[in-house]
Design a protein around this ligand. Structure first.
Ligand SMILES: C[S@@+](CC[C@H](N)C(=O)[O-])C[C@H]1O[C@@H](n2cnc3c(N)ncnc32)[C@H](O)[C@@H]1O
Length: 477
Protein backbone atom coordinates (compact mmCIF):
# COMPACT_ATOMS: atom_id res chain seq x y z
CA UNK A 1 0.00 0.00 0.00
CA UNK A 2 1.32 3.46 -0.88
CA UNK A 3 2.57 5.64 1.89
CA UNK A 4 -0.32 7.73 3.02
CA UNK A 5 -0.28 10.88 5.07
CA UNK A 6 -1.88 10.37 8.42
CA UNK A 7 -4.76 12.64 7.57
CA UNK A 8 -8.36 11.49 7.72
CA UNK A 9 -9.33 10.19 11.12
CA UNK A 10 -6.20 11.41 12.83
CA UNK A 11 -6.40 14.89 11.38
CA UNK A 12 -9.44 16.19 13.12
CA UNK A 13 -8.97 18.50 16.04
CA UNK A 14 -11.96 18.42 18.34
CA UNK A 15 -11.05 19.25 21.92
CA UNK A 16 -9.93 16.23 23.88
CA UNK A 17 -12.35 14.48 26.18
CA UNK A 18 -15.14 17.00 25.98
CA UNK A 19 -18.85 16.42 25.86
CA UNK A 20 -20.70 18.26 23.14
CA UNK A 21 -24.30 19.34 23.09
CA UNK A 22 -25.49 15.97 21.83
CA UNK A 23 -23.79 14.18 24.72
CA UNK A 24 -20.98 12.81 22.54
CA UNK A 25 -17.40 12.60 23.75
CA UNK A 26 -14.40 13.14 21.57
CA UNK A 27 -10.85 12.05 22.24
CA UNK A 28 -7.41 13.07 21.09
CA UNK A 29 -7.68 11.33 17.73
CA UNK A 30 -10.94 13.07 16.99
CA UNK A 31 -12.90 9.87 17.55
CA UNK A 32 -16.41 10.51 18.63
CA UNK A 33 -18.61 8.33 20.79
CA UNK A 34 -22.10 7.99 19.44
CA UNK A 35 -24.68 9.53 21.77
CA UNK A 36 -26.62 7.03 23.85
CA UNK A 37 -29.63 5.84 21.90
CA UNK A 38 -32.87 4.22 22.73
CA UNK A 39 -33.21 1.53 20.13
CA UNK A 40 -36.44 1.45 18.24
CA UNK A 41 -36.89 -2.21 17.36
CA UNK A 42 -36.72 -4.96 19.95
CA UNK A 43 -33.69 -3.71 21.87
CA UNK A 44 -30.26 -3.05 20.51
CA UNK A 45 -29.24 -6.28 18.88
CA UNK A 46 -32.19 -8.58 18.44
CA UNK A 47 -30.85 -11.31 16.20
CA UNK A 48 -33.26 -13.96 15.08
CA UNK A 49 -32.21 -16.80 12.83
CA UNK A 50 -30.40 -15.76 9.68
CA UNK A 51 -32.74 -12.92 9.05
CA UNK A 52 -31.75 -10.21 11.47
CA UNK A 53 -30.65 -7.73 8.87
CA UNK A 54 -33.15 -4.96 9.52
CA UNK A 55 -31.91 -1.45 10.23
CA UNK A 56 -32.57 -1.56 13.95
CA UNK A 57 -29.55 0.56 14.82
CA UNK A 58 -28.17 3.91 13.85
CA UNK A 59 -24.54 4.98 13.54
CA UNK A 60 -23.38 8.54 14.10
CA UNK A 61 -20.12 10.32 13.28
CA UNK A 62 -18.60 13.73 12.82
CA UNK A 63 -17.68 14.73 9.28
CA UNK A 64 -16.63 18.16 8.01
CA UNK A 65 -17.79 19.71 11.23
CA UNK A 66 -21.30 18.29 11.05
CA UNK A 67 -22.87 15.37 12.92
CA UNK A 68 -24.16 12.72 10.55
CA UNK A 69 -26.13 9.57 11.02
CA UNK A 70 -26.94 6.48 8.97
CA UNK A 71 -28.72 3.19 9.43
CA UNK A 72 -26.55 0.19 10.33
CA UNK A 73 -26.83 -3.15 8.55
CA UNK A 74 -25.24 -6.41 9.43
CA UNK A 75 -26.44 -9.70 7.98
CA UNK A 76 -24.08 -11.47 10.39
CA UNK A 77 -25.62 -9.75 13.42
CA UNK A 78 -22.52 -7.65 14.22
CA UNK A 79 -23.16 -4.73 16.51
CA UNK A 80 -23.04 -1.17 15.23
CA UNK A 81 -19.70 0.46 16.04
CA UNK A 82 -19.81 3.05 18.79
CA UNK A 83 -17.00 5.19 17.39
CA UNK A 84 -16.62 6.11 13.75
CA UNK A 85 -13.97 8.21 12.02
CA UNK A 86 -13.75 9.16 8.35
CA UNK A 87 -10.89 7.73 6.28
CA UNK A 88 -9.73 7.79 2.68
CA UNK A 89 -6.80 6.80 0.45
CA UNK A 90 -4.44 9.10 2.34
CA UNK A 91 -4.62 7.07 5.53
CA UNK A 92 -1.61 4.87 6.30
CA UNK A 93 -2.39 1.21 6.91
CA UNK A 94 -0.53 1.22 10.24
CA UNK A 95 -2.61 4.10 11.56
CA UNK A 96 -5.78 2.45 10.28
CA UNK A 97 -4.80 -0.78 12.02
CA UNK A 98 -4.12 1.01 15.29
CA UNK A 99 -7.49 2.77 15.16
CA UNK A 100 -9.53 -0.33 14.38
CA UNK A 101 -7.71 -2.32 17.08
CA UNK A 102 -8.65 0.42 19.53
CA UNK A 103 -12.30 0.12 18.52
CA UNK A 104 -12.71 3.01 16.08
CA UNK A 105 -14.50 2.03 12.89
CA UNK A 106 -13.34 3.72 9.70
CA UNK A 107 -15.91 5.04 7.27
CA UNK A 108 -14.30 4.94 3.86
CA UNK A 109 -14.80 7.95 1.60
CA UNK A 110 -11.99 7.26 -0.91
CA UNK A 111 -11.68 4.97 -3.91
CA UNK A 112 -13.45 1.60 -3.56
CA UNK A 113 -10.35 -0.32 -4.62
CA UNK A 114 -8.35 1.63 -2.04
CA UNK A 115 -10.72 0.27 0.60
CA UNK A 116 -10.16 -3.27 -0.66
CA UNK A 117 -6.40 -2.75 -0.50
CA UNK A 118 -6.66 -1.37 3.01
CA UNK A 119 -8.76 -4.37 4.08
CA UNK A 120 -6.10 -6.73 2.70
CA UNK A 121 -3.40 -4.74 4.53
CA UNK A 122 -5.36 -4.96 7.79
CA UNK A 123 -5.77 -8.71 7.24
CA UNK A 124 -1.99 -9.13 6.87
CA UNK A 125 -1.45 -7.25 10.09
CA UNK A 126 -3.96 -9.34 12.06
CA UNK A 127 -2.47 -12.55 10.66
CA UNK A 128 1.03 -11.67 11.85
CA UNK A 129 -0.09 -13.06 15.19
CA UNK A 130 -1.30 -16.63 14.57
CA UNK A 131 -3.50 -18.27 17.22
CA UNK A 132 -1.54 -19.87 20.08
CA UNK A 133 -1.47 -23.64 20.49
CA UNK A 134 -3.21 -24.87 23.62
CA UNK A 135 -2.14 -27.72 25.87
CA UNK A 136 -5.10 -29.79 24.63
CA UNK A 137 -7.09 -29.86 21.35
CA UNK A 138 -10.00 -28.31 23.25
CA UNK A 139 -7.87 -25.41 24.42
CA UNK A 140 -6.37 -24.95 20.94
CA UNK A 141 -9.90 -24.82 19.54
CA UNK A 142 -10.93 -22.10 22.00
CA UNK A 143 -7.78 -20.09 21.26
CA UNK A 144 -8.40 -20.51 17.54
CA UNK A 145 -11.97 -19.28 17.90
CA UNK A 146 -10.87 -16.32 19.97
CA UNK A 147 -8.37 -15.39 17.27
CA UNK A 148 -11.02 -15.76 14.52
CA UNK A 149 -13.48 -13.65 16.47
CA UNK A 150 -10.91 -10.93 16.99
CA UNK A 151 -9.95 -11.06 13.31
CA UNK A 152 -13.60 -10.71 12.26
CA UNK A 153 -14.10 -7.84 14.69
CA UNK A 154 -11.01 -5.93 13.55
CA UNK A 155 -11.66 -6.43 9.83
CA UNK A 156 -15.34 -5.61 10.30
CA UNK A 157 -14.34 -2.09 11.36
CA UNK A 158 -13.70 -0.84 7.83
CA UNK A 159 -17.06 0.53 6.71
CA UNK A 160 -18.43 1.62 3.38
CA UNK A 161 -21.54 3.69 2.70
CA UNK A 162 -24.56 2.30 0.91
CA UNK A 163 -27.23 4.64 -0.32
CA UNK A 164 -30.70 4.41 -1.77
CA UNK A 165 -30.15 5.00 -5.48
CA UNK A 166 -32.47 6.85 -7.85
CA UNK A 167 -33.66 3.52 -9.32
CA UNK A 168 -34.83 2.43 -5.85
CA UNK A 169 -31.96 -0.03 -5.43
CA UNK A 170 -28.75 0.07 -3.38
CA UNK A 171 -25.52 1.74 -4.54
CA UNK A 172 -22.07 2.38 -3.08
CA UNK A 173 -21.34 6.10 -3.50
CA UNK A 174 -17.57 5.65 -3.93
CA UNK A 175 -15.32 5.96 -6.96
CA UNK A 176 -14.90 2.70 -8.94
CA UNK A 177 -17.44 0.88 -6.76
CA UNK A 178 -19.04 -2.24 -8.24
CA UNK A 179 -22.78 -2.56 -8.82
CA UNK A 180 -24.23 -3.94 -5.64
CA UNK A 181 -27.97 -3.39 -6.15
CA UNK A 182 -29.15 -6.93 -6.83
CA UNK A 183 -26.82 -8.56 -4.28
CA UNK A 184 -27.86 -6.14 -1.52
CA UNK A 185 -31.57 -6.53 -2.25
CA UNK A 186 -31.09 -10.31 -1.94
CA UNK A 187 -29.31 -9.97 1.41
CA UNK A 188 -31.07 -6.97 2.95
CA UNK A 189 -34.29 -6.45 1.02
CA UNK A 190 -35.09 -3.09 -0.60
CA UNK A 191 -33.21 -0.04 0.71
CA UNK A 192 -34.87 2.14 3.31
CA UNK A 193 -35.80 5.77 3.06
CA UNK A 194 -35.71 8.29 0.22
CA UNK A 195 -33.09 8.54 -2.53
CA UNK A 196 -29.72 9.30 -0.94
CA UNK A 197 -30.64 7.79 2.46
CA UNK A 198 -27.45 6.38 3.92
CA UNK A 199 -26.69 2.97 5.44
CA UNK A 200 -23.30 1.78 6.64
CA UNK A 201 -22.02 -1.78 6.29
CA UNK A 202 -18.61 -3.30 6.82
CA UNK A 203 -16.68 -3.79 3.59
CA UNK A 204 -15.95 -7.37 4.63
CA UNK A 205 -19.64 -8.08 4.92
CA UNK A 206 -20.37 -6.38 1.60
CA UNK A 207 -17.75 -8.63 -0.03
CA UNK A 208 -19.55 -11.62 1.53
CA UNK A 209 -22.87 -10.38 0.17
CA UNK A 210 -21.37 -9.98 -3.33
CA UNK A 211 -19.79 -13.46 -3.09
CA UNK A 212 -23.09 -14.98 -1.94
CA UNK A 213 -24.82 -13.34 -4.89
CA UNK A 214 -22.37 -15.04 -7.25
CA UNK A 215 -22.91 -18.43 -5.54
CA UNK A 216 -26.65 -17.93 -5.81
CA UNK A 217 -26.38 -16.99 -9.49
CA UNK A 218 -24.05 -19.84 -10.49
CA UNK A 219 -25.19 -22.49 -8.01
CA UNK A 220 -23.22 -25.42 -6.56
CA UNK A 221 -23.18 -28.65 -8.60
CA UNK A 222 -24.36 -31.64 -6.55
CA UNK A 223 -23.13 -35.03 -7.65
CA UNK A 224 -25.96 -36.77 -5.79
CA UNK A 225 -28.41 -34.81 -7.94
CA UNK A 226 -26.68 -35.91 -11.15
CA UNK A 227 -24.75 -32.62 -11.31
CA UNK A 228 -27.84 -30.43 -11.00
CA UNK A 229 -27.19 -27.24 -9.07
CA UNK A 230 -28.31 -26.00 -5.70
CA UNK A 231 -28.46 -22.21 -5.46
CA UNK A 232 -27.60 -21.07 -1.91
CA UNK A 233 -28.45 -17.68 -0.51
CA UNK A 234 -26.60 -15.28 1.75
CA UNK A 235 -26.65 -16.68 5.29
CA UNK A 236 -27.92 -20.13 4.27
CA UNK A 237 -25.67 -23.18 4.78
CA UNK A 238 -24.23 -24.13 1.41
CA UNK A 239 -23.58 -27.78 0.46
CA UNK A 240 -20.09 -27.09 -0.92
CA UNK A 241 -18.77 -30.10 0.97
CA UNK A 242 -20.67 -32.81 -0.86
CA UNK A 243 -19.65 -35.88 1.19
CA UNK A 244 -22.62 -35.70 3.53
CA UNK A 245 -25.04 -35.28 0.62
CA UNK A 246 -23.64 -38.47 -0.95
CA UNK A 247 -24.33 -40.34 2.30
CA UNK A 248 -28.01 -39.42 2.04
CA UNK A 249 -27.99 -40.48 -1.61
CA UNK A 250 -26.65 -43.96 -0.86
CA UNK A 251 -28.06 -44.97 2.54
CA UNK A 252 -30.64 -47.76 2.19
CA UNK A 253 -34.18 -46.39 2.44
CA UNK A 254 -36.34 -47.80 5.25
CA UNK A 255 -39.60 -49.60 4.65
CA UNK A 256 -42.83 -47.66 4.39
CA UNK A 257 -45.23 -47.81 7.37
CA UNK A 258 -47.30 -50.97 7.19
CA UNK A 259 -44.54 -52.99 5.57
CA UNK A 260 -42.94 -55.87 7.53
CA UNK A 261 -40.89 -54.51 10.47
CA UNK A 262 -37.93 -55.98 12.32
CA UNK A 263 -34.25 -55.84 11.48
CA UNK A 264 -33.53 -55.65 7.78
CA UNK A 265 -30.61 -57.33 6.03
CA UNK A 266 -27.26 -55.95 7.19
CA UNK A 267 -28.66 -54.44 10.41
CA UNK A 268 -27.15 -54.83 13.84
CA UNK A 269 -27.65 -53.25 17.21
CA UNK A 270 -24.56 -51.10 16.85
CA UNK A 271 -22.42 -49.39 14.25
CA UNK A 272 -21.98 -51.56 11.19
CA UNK A 273 -19.51 -51.25 8.35
CA UNK A 274 -20.52 -48.95 5.55
CA UNK A 275 -23.48 -50.42 3.75
CA UNK A 276 -24.17 -50.21 0.05
CA UNK A 277 -27.52 -49.12 -1.34
CA UNK A 278 -28.93 -52.58 -0.73
CA UNK A 279 -27.30 -53.16 2.65
CA UNK A 280 -30.52 -52.86 4.68
CA UNK A 281 -33.91 -51.21 4.80
CA UNK A 282 -36.42 -51.52 2.01
CA UNK A 283 -36.26 -54.76 0.06
CA UNK A 284 -35.55 -54.48 -3.63
CA UNK A 285 -38.61 -53.64 -5.61
CA UNK A 286 -40.46 -51.81 -2.79
CA UNK A 287 -41.92 -48.58 -4.10
CA UNK A 288 -40.22 -45.63 -2.32
CA UNK A 289 -43.18 -43.53 -3.45
CA UNK A 290 -45.04 -44.89 -0.39
CA UNK A 291 -42.44 -43.42 1.97
CA UNK A 292 -42.90 -40.18 3.86
CA UNK A 293 -39.93 -38.16 5.12
CA UNK A 294 -39.09 -35.08 7.17
CA UNK A 295 -35.95 -33.04 6.51
CA UNK A 296 -35.31 -31.17 9.77
CA UNK A 297 -33.32 -27.94 9.25
CA UNK A 298 -33.41 -28.07 5.47
CA UNK A 299 -31.20 -25.03 4.67
CA UNK A 300 -30.99 -24.91 0.87
CA UNK A 301 -33.34 -27.91 0.63
CA UNK A 302 -30.57 -30.10 -0.77
CA UNK A 303 -31.34 -33.23 1.30
CA UNK A 304 -35.09 -32.95 0.70
CA UNK A 305 -34.35 -32.73 -3.03
CA UNK A 306 -32.07 -35.80 -2.91
CA UNK A 307 -34.79 -37.81 -1.13
CA UNK A 308 -37.40 -36.68 -3.66
CA UNK A 309 -35.08 -37.63 -6.52
CA UNK A 310 -34.70 -41.06 -4.88
CA UNK A 311 -38.45 -41.40 -5.26
CA UNK A 312 -39.59 -40.69 -1.69
CA UNK A 313 -43.26 -39.80 -2.18
CA UNK A 314 -43.71 -37.01 0.34
CA UNK A 315 -41.01 -34.91 2.03
CA UNK A 316 -41.77 -32.18 4.57
CA UNK A 317 -38.78 -29.88 4.98
CA UNK A 318 -38.51 -27.50 7.96
CA UNK A 319 -36.33 -24.59 8.97
CA UNK A 320 -36.48 -21.55 11.25
CA UNK A 321 -34.67 -19.10 8.98
CA UNK A 322 -36.73 -17.07 6.50
CA UNK A 323 -33.86 -16.96 4.01
CA UNK A 324 -33.45 -20.74 4.29
CA UNK A 325 -37.16 -21.35 3.76
CA UNK A 326 -37.28 -19.12 0.68
CA UNK A 327 -34.05 -20.65 -0.61
CA UNK A 328 -35.30 -24.23 -0.15
CA UNK A 329 -38.58 -23.42 -1.94
CA UNK A 330 -36.68 -21.88 -4.83
CA UNK A 331 -34.36 -24.91 -5.12
CA UNK A 332 -37.06 -27.57 -5.01
CA UNK A 333 -38.97 -25.66 -7.68
CA UNK A 334 -35.89 -25.34 -9.91
CA UNK A 335 -35.18 -29.06 -9.49
CA UNK A 336 -38.76 -29.88 -10.37
CA UNK A 337 -39.45 -31.77 -7.14
CA UNK A 338 -41.89 -29.25 -5.63
CA UNK A 339 -44.77 -31.71 -6.03
CA UNK A 340 -43.01 -34.06 -3.57
CA UNK A 341 -41.47 -31.51 -1.18
CA UNK A 342 -43.33 -29.13 1.09
CA UNK A 343 -41.20 -26.51 2.84
CA UNK A 344 -42.61 -25.28 6.16
CA UNK A 345 -41.44 -23.04 8.96
CA UNK A 346 -41.09 -25.12 12.13
CA UNK A 347 -38.84 -25.45 15.13
CA UNK A 348 -37.33 -28.88 14.45
CA UNK A 349 -40.22 -31.20 13.48
CA UNK A 350 -43.29 -30.23 11.43
CA UNK A 351 -46.53 -29.72 13.34
CA UNK A 352 -48.30 -32.75 14.87
CA UNK A 353 -50.82 -32.76 11.99
CA UNK A 354 -48.01 -34.00 9.76
CA UNK A 355 -48.07 -37.23 11.81
CA UNK A 356 -45.13 -39.65 11.82
CA UNK A 357 -42.65 -40.19 9.00
CA UNK A 358 -40.89 -43.30 7.71
CA UNK A 359 -37.65 -41.36 7.41
CA UNK A 360 -36.47 -38.30 9.33
CA UNK A 361 -33.22 -36.69 8.23
CA UNK A 362 -31.28 -34.04 10.13
CA UNK A 363 -27.88 -32.43 9.58
CA UNK A 364 -27.52 -30.21 12.65
CA UNK A 365 -24.62 -27.82 13.31
CA UNK A 366 -21.82 -30.11 14.42
CA UNK A 367 -19.77 -28.20 17.00
CA UNK A 368 -21.13 -27.62 20.51
CA UNK A 369 -20.17 -23.98 21.01
CA UNK A 370 -21.79 -20.58 20.99
CA UNK A 371 -21.98 -18.94 17.56
CA UNK A 372 -20.44 -15.47 17.54
CA UNK A 373 -22.33 -14.35 14.44
CA UNK A 374 -25.55 -15.31 12.71
CA UNK A 375 -23.53 -16.87 9.90
CA UNK A 376 -21.90 -19.25 12.39
CA UNK A 377 -25.24 -20.68 13.47
CA UNK A 378 -25.03 -23.45 10.87
CA UNK A 379 -21.77 -24.72 12.40
CA UNK A 380 -22.05 -24.03 16.13
CA UNK A 381 -24.86 -25.49 18.21
CA UNK A 382 -24.71 -24.16 21.80
CA UNK A 383 -24.93 -27.08 24.26
CA UNK A 384 -25.77 -29.35 21.28
CA UNK A 385 -29.31 -27.94 21.52
CA UNK A 386 -30.48 -28.87 18.01
CA UNK A 387 -28.81 -32.28 18.14
CA UNK A 388 -30.41 -33.13 21.49
CA UNK A 389 -33.78 -31.69 20.41
CA UNK A 390 -33.71 -33.86 17.30
CA UNK A 391 -32.80 -37.03 19.19
CA UNK A 392 -35.29 -36.41 22.00
CA UNK A 393 -38.20 -35.76 19.63
CA UNK A 394 -37.31 -38.38 17.03
CA UNK A 395 -38.98 -41.38 18.64
CA UNK A 396 -42.37 -39.68 18.83
CA UNK A 397 -42.33 -38.64 15.18
CA UNK A 398 -40.88 -41.77 13.63
CA UNK A 399 -43.20 -44.42 12.15
CA UNK A 400 -42.87 -47.86 13.82
CA UNK A 401 -40.40 -49.27 11.33
CA UNK A 402 -39.02 -45.85 10.44
CA UNK A 403 -35.44 -44.59 10.48
CA UNK A 404 -33.88 -41.38 11.65
CA UNK A 405 -30.79 -40.35 9.70
CA UNK A 406 -28.52 -38.15 11.77
CA UNK A 407 -25.68 -36.61 9.80
CA UNK A 408 -22.85 -35.61 12.09
CA UNK A 409 -19.17 -34.89 11.80
CA UNK A 410 -17.03 -36.25 14.66
CA UNK A 411 -14.81 -33.15 14.68
CA UNK A 412 -16.26 -32.28 18.10
CA UNK A 413 -14.87 -35.58 19.41
CA UNK A 414 -11.38 -34.94 18.02
CA UNK A 415 -11.44 -31.46 19.56
CA UNK A 416 -12.46 -32.85 22.95
CA UNK A 417 -15.76 -30.94 22.90
CA UNK A 418 -18.23 -33.86 23.03
CA UNK A 419 -17.20 -37.48 23.56
CA UNK A 420 -18.66 -40.25 21.43
CA UNK A 421 -20.11 -41.83 24.61
CA UNK A 422 -22.22 -38.72 25.13
CA UNK A 423 -23.80 -39.08 21.70
CA UNK A 424 -24.47 -42.79 22.25
CA UNK A 425 -25.98 -42.02 25.65
CA UNK A 426 -28.38 -39.45 24.15
CA UNK A 427 -29.36 -41.95 21.44
CA UNK A 428 -30.16 -44.64 23.95
CA UNK A 429 -31.87 -42.24 26.41
CA UNK A 430 -34.20 -41.29 23.53
CA UNK A 431 -35.29 -44.95 23.19
CA UNK A 432 -33.36 -45.36 19.95
CA UNK A 433 -30.77 -47.83 18.71
CA UNK A 434 -28.14 -47.60 16.01
CA UNK A 435 -29.22 -49.74 13.06
CA UNK A 436 -26.18 -48.86 10.97
CA UNK A 437 -23.74 -46.16 10.07
CA UNK A 438 -22.24 -44.88 6.83
CA UNK A 439 -19.01 -42.91 7.00
CA UNK A 440 -17.35 -40.40 4.70
CA UNK A 441 -14.00 -38.68 4.92
CA UNK A 442 -13.94 -34.98 4.14
CA UNK A 443 -12.19 -33.97 0.95
CA UNK A 444 -11.77 -30.26 1.64
CA UNK A 445 -8.31 -28.71 1.53
CA UNK A 446 -8.05 -27.97 5.26
CA UNK A 447 -8.24 -31.68 6.03
CA UNK A 448 -5.00 -32.33 4.15
CA UNK A 449 -3.08 -29.10 4.83
CA UNK A 450 -0.72 -29.70 7.79
CA UNK A 451 -0.33 -25.92 8.17
CA UNK A 452 -4.09 -25.40 8.62
CA UNK A 453 -5.17 -24.58 12.16
CA UNK A 454 -6.42 -27.57 14.19
CA UNK A 455 -4.95 -29.84 11.52
CA UNK A 456 -4.72 -33.01 13.63
CA UNK A 457 -8.44 -32.91 14.46
CA UNK A 458 -9.43 -31.95 10.93
CA UNK A 459 -7.30 -34.71 9.41
CA UNK A 460 -9.03 -37.31 11.62
CA UNK A 461 -12.56 -36.01 10.94
CA UNK A 462 -15.22 -38.40 9.67
CA UNK A 463 -18.77 -37.44 8.77
CA UNK A 464 -21.31 -40.15 9.49
CA UNK A 465 -24.90 -40.90 8.70
CA UNK A 466 -26.28 -42.67 11.77
CA UNK A 467 -29.29 -44.87 11.03
CA UNK A 468 -31.46 -44.73 14.13
CA UNK A 469 -34.49 -46.87 14.92
CA UNK A 470 -36.86 -47.42 17.81
CA UNK A 471 -35.32 -49.79 20.36
CA UNK A 472 -38.63 -51.62 20.59
CA UNK A 473 -40.29 -51.26 17.23
CA UNK A 474 -43.19 -53.48 18.29
CA UNK A 475 -44.32 -51.29 21.21
CA UNK A 476 -44.60 -48.14 19.13
CA UNK A 477 -48.06 -47.80 17.69
C1 LIG B 1 -25.94 -27.41 9.15
S1 LIG B 1 -27.35 -26.65 8.44
C2 LIG B 1 -27.91 -27.99 7.40
C3 LIG B 1 -28.72 -27.52 6.21
C4 LIG B 1 -29.12 -28.62 5.23
N1 LIG B 1 -29.96 -29.61 5.85
C5 LIG B 1 -27.91 -29.30 4.65
O1 LIG B 1 -27.65 -30.44 5.00
O2 LIG B 1 -27.23 -28.68 3.83
C6 LIG B 1 -28.52 -26.63 9.76
C7 LIG B 1 -29.84 -25.98 9.41
O3 LIG B 1 -30.71 -26.13 10.53
C8 LIG B 1 -31.49 -24.97 10.65
N2 LIG B 1 -31.98 -24.92 12.04
C9 LIG B 1 -31.31 -24.53 13.15
N3 LIG B 1 -32.10 -24.67 14.24
C10 LIG B 1 -33.29 -25.17 13.80
C11 LIG B 1 -34.51 -25.53 14.45
N4 LIG B 1 -34.64 -25.43 15.76
N5 LIG B 1 -35.52 -26.00 13.68
C12 LIG B 1 -35.38 -26.12 12.34
N6 LIG B 1 -34.24 -25.79 11.68
C13 LIG B 1 -33.22 -25.33 12.40
C14 LIG B 1 -30.56 -23.85 10.26
O4 LIG B 1 -31.28 -22.68 9.89
C15 LIG B 1 -29.79 -24.50 9.10
O5 LIG B 1 -30.46 -24.24 7.88
Amino acid sequence: MNARSEAGAGSRTEPVGQDDAAGRRTDAAGRTDAPKRTDAVGGTHAVVGTDAVGPSEEVGWDEDGAWRTAAWRSGSGARAPRRVAVADDRMAADLAYRLVCEGTALLWRGDYHGARQLLAALGRRVDRKPPKQGATPRESFHLYRQARTRRARVLGMLLVPLETAADGSWAVPLRRAPRVGEACVEAYGPPPGPVGALTLVSLRELQGVLGAHEWRRKGVPIEALGGARIHPRHGVFSPVRGEYVDLVARAPLPRAAGARSGPGPGEEAGPVPEAGADGGGAPRGEDPGRLTAFDVGTGTGVLAAVLARRGVGRVTATDVGEQALACARENVARLDVAQAVEVVRADLFPSREAGRADLIVCNPPWLPAKPTSVLEQAVYDPDSRMLRGFLTGLGERLAPAGEGWLILSDLAEHLGLRPREQLLEWISAAGLRVAGRLDARPEHARATDPAAPLHAARAAETTSLWRLRHVEEAVVS
